[in-house]
Design a protein around this ligand. Sequence first.
Ligand SMILES: [Mg+2]
Length: 327
Amino acid sequence: MNVLAPMPSADTPPAGDPWYLLQAYEAERALWPALPRLAHQAQFVEGLAALRDHYDAFLFDAFGVLNVGQRAIAGAAQALATLRRAGVPFRIVSNAASIPKPALVARYRAMGFDLTETDWITSRDVTAEALHACPGHWRWAVVAPPGADWHDLPLAQARRCDGPLRDGDDAVLFLAAQGWDEAAQARLEGSLRAQPRPVWVANPDLISPWEGGWVREPGGWCAGLEARTGAGVHRVGKPFGAIFEHALASLPVALPRTRVLMLGDTLHTDVLGALAAGLHAALVTGAGASTGLDVARASDLTGIVPHWVLPALGATSVPAASAARHA
Ligand SMILES: [Mg+2]
């Protein structure tokens, strides 16, 4: 696991400090979609049941809402099962890009989530769509760990990139950051400075909280890459609109956007992205990126105001934050 020394500063934050994550995202604010004019205030509720009658469909983030690491968050699977039984449409909208969907679904089934491939809309899906629009003759350098599987992506010619680019590489796909390090990044950036080429980032997340530190995600490695190298960088996934449009289009009926609620644990991806897409947004604070966050202060700092704040999807006897700390 590539648990990082922190970014962007050299200070070591306490593991799980939500302000560190918030400030890392805010420092890159120019990357993110513009916030629409907001006229609401956040309301606090206990769980998904309190929101059920306000919306006709729900979109859920995965990491930090359904699970932390390899452990399901208490009550999450039951909350989704309750929606399913009631016939309420929902999708999981995730920046999980590193593995094909069958493997992703299997991982969540092992944690107790009765979800199928059609329930998931991932940044890998949206990346595949975007790659279809690229010239078919391009040769791709794919940043991914050894053995990574990208057979489901429309890459006619691709090789794994471990740092430096070759003369024949036409473009870079930054698919997964496992195993990537500063030395590999320096070699990649040196190649891009010498010959700028398009870079596609399949997960715009900057960093993710893990026990004992932070993991830098593809979006974190590529923050500021345009300015450093002259390469054109294309980010695909939350908070950018295509993944939300894909999710809405996948619902069984067309709905007014204000009747669709996105629930996630990250203010700058889930909440900002949903608001920019015209959806309603809820911040889930009991586990994941916003555990312990002073939401009112965070909204004052960023201007990003969720419609709702809740600790977890399910009302549980064990607080989700406590469960996460022991995960
Ligand atoms: Mg999340």
